[in-house]
Ligand binder design. Structure first.
Ligand SMILES: O=P(O)(O)OC[C@H]1O[C@H](O)[C@H](O)[C@@H](O)[C@@H]1O
Length: 283
């Protein structure tokens, strides 16, 4: 997908995953170095789906939608903005894990400065079902710990200290979460610790795996690379921040996940639908 040569996006049918969003050639999403595109596992990076379970829970971590092949329903040009709609339906594979009929429609629209996604889940089963879900968006960032050299001499120490002093300009941060109730999944994801976010500006200075309940419908991400991205949503009530720190030593300095999520179960009656909209807007 491309808009007047200034913005581009890439979408894979495997997992219905947006893997790239570039403005003027600059990538704003992140693909982990362990990402593979052979269909053998979910694509690690971009905007993977978590459905029908955010997790942890009885199904595999983050559910099966990110493992499955989605299909194209339509490709349109909406007032010069390319738009692709993908579909995922239950199959013997999904029924083996979650025995319900469903239809997911995922519409991805690329505007000049905005990447918009709309997901609609419909219950096509004859009984109600419940699910949790998220868009597990990986953003490319810089953190203050990023240094391309080992700190082993006086010059390196000086460079490192200068970087730390410049941290406010160079590190990724998220604004607008102050006051939210938090469920910190560290140290035990199955028994999250309740709390409240007191910071105006949330940074990623170590391992982060935290749910923000009833988060605002607009957040601001500073990626530490000179870009400010507004994350606006409708119906995605919760937010999850994740950075794996040293558990992913090769790449933790280069991305953060800011995930629009529904942590509490959504129940759908037969033929009922739920829709969540996300806009990523480069300021
Ligand atoms: O490695 P994955 O299965 O993609 O999951 C990566 C992470 O996703 C979310 O942000 C969860 O809150 C984390 O608990 C989980 O570790």
């Amino acid at each position: 997908m491309e808009v007047l040569c200034s913005s581009e996006a890439e979408v894979y049918l495997h997992g219905g995953c947006v893997t790239s969003w570039k403005l003027d050639g600059k990538e704003l999403l992140f693909l982990r170095p362990d990402a593979v595109f052979n269909g053998e596992k979910p694509i690690s990076g971009g905007i993977p789906h978590c459905f029908p379970q955010f997790g942890p829970g009885p199904l595999q971590q983050h559910g099966f939608a990110r493992n499955m092949e989605w299909s194209i329903v339509s490709v349109e040009n909406m007032q010069m903005n390319p738009c692709v709609t993908l579909e995922l339906k239950d199959s013997p594979y999904s029924r083996g894990m979650w025995d319900y009929g469903f239809r997911a429609l995922y519409k991805v629209t690329l505007h000049k400065d905005t990447l918009s996604t709309q997901i609609t889940i419909t219950n096509t089963h004859h009984t109600p079902f419940s699910f949790t879900t998220a868009l597990h968006t990986y953003f490319k960032v810089s953190t203050i710990f990023k240094t391309n050299r080992n700190i082993n001499n006086y010059v390196d120490i000086c460079i490192y200290l200068i970087r730390v002093m410049q941290a406010s300009a160079e590190e990724a941060s998220v604004k607008c979460l102050k006051g939210c109730k938090t469920l910190n999944k560290e140290p035990d994801p199955r028994n999250p610790v309740e709390g409240k976010e007191e910071r105006d500006v949330v940074t990623f200075l170590g391992f982060v795996d935290c749910i923000y309940l009833d988060a605002p419908d607009e957040l601001h991400l500073d990626n530490g690379l000179g870009d400010s991205i507004t994350i606006r949503n409708t119906n995605w009530s919760d937010t999850v921040l994740w950075n794996p720190y040293l558990t992913m030593e090769s790449c933790y300095k280069d991305f953060v996940c800011v995930e629009n999520a529904r942590i509490g179960e959504i129940e759908l009656q037969p033929n009922q639908s739920w829709t969540g909209v996300q806009h990523l807007i480069k300021a």
